[in-house]
Write a protein that binds this ligand. Sequence first.
Ligand code: MG
Length: 300
Amino acid sequence: MAKPVCLNDISKEDLKKFLGSFDHVFSDCDGVIWTKAPMPGSGDFFKVMQELGKTVHFVSNNSIRSKADYTALFDAVGQEKGFDRLTIPSIAIVEYLKSVKFDKTVYCVSAMGTINVLEANGFKCKYGPDLCPEDYHDFAQFGEDDPDIGAVVFDSDFKVNVPKLQKASTYLKRAEVLFICGASDRLVPLKAGCLGIGPGAFTEMVRAIVKRDFTLLAKPSPTFGHLAMKRAGVTDPSRVLFIGDMIEQDIGLGRATGFHTLLVLTNHTKEEMHANSIQPEYYASCLGDIVPQLKQLLSN
Ligand SMILES: [Mg+2]
């Protein structure tokens, strides 16, 4: 396929061609719009996109952040009611459970953010324990089945531990128990140049133990991409530009769903991008850096 095109030094004609190739912007959040605080110029980028008539939606693998925190961050970048235009794994899991008319209890290996969304939508949840016994013999209790459990959900969980993995593996021995995975990132960016162990590492561990595949309801699954389209009221994936900072999750999702793709190099180097088998169509240092060219084009 064609080499990725750099938007930082693109010609005016090619910039127009780029802008003409999509009607909808779907953007990842962490590492693209904000880290802990908004990244300079990211709000202006979306404002320009909206001035150009593009719709703007958000797609993140982060179900940990509360609605209030998301709302504050969207407000800080000038995207009022941004939460209503956001698709995250916890919402995808709710949609999926509703679609299969699930009426049993969900065992969650996840942070409370995901559990709260499931419970707010009427699903019964069990979770924990957050603490481990000190004695090896006390672990036998986690090998006891619970007939109420009809689904095991994995999503980001900073308190993941052996008892939770043991319980999940025990329930998943029953073939009828649904095995659902939210965020599957094996690595997550912690700070510049530092990748940490992501939730996917633990889901993969349980998958290997129970020898079953999970239903992935997060990036890079096209199922998640299609759900984001449905929520945005978009029917043609070829008119969507997907923006992200992680090659595997973001560009992987974009390519699997048929979106145009833009990688911002806030967590990957240009060399890493070129070396990866998954290539974006476009790349830029960050969203803020391409705002001046876009504004120039708008003022002409
Ligand atoms: Mg990101």
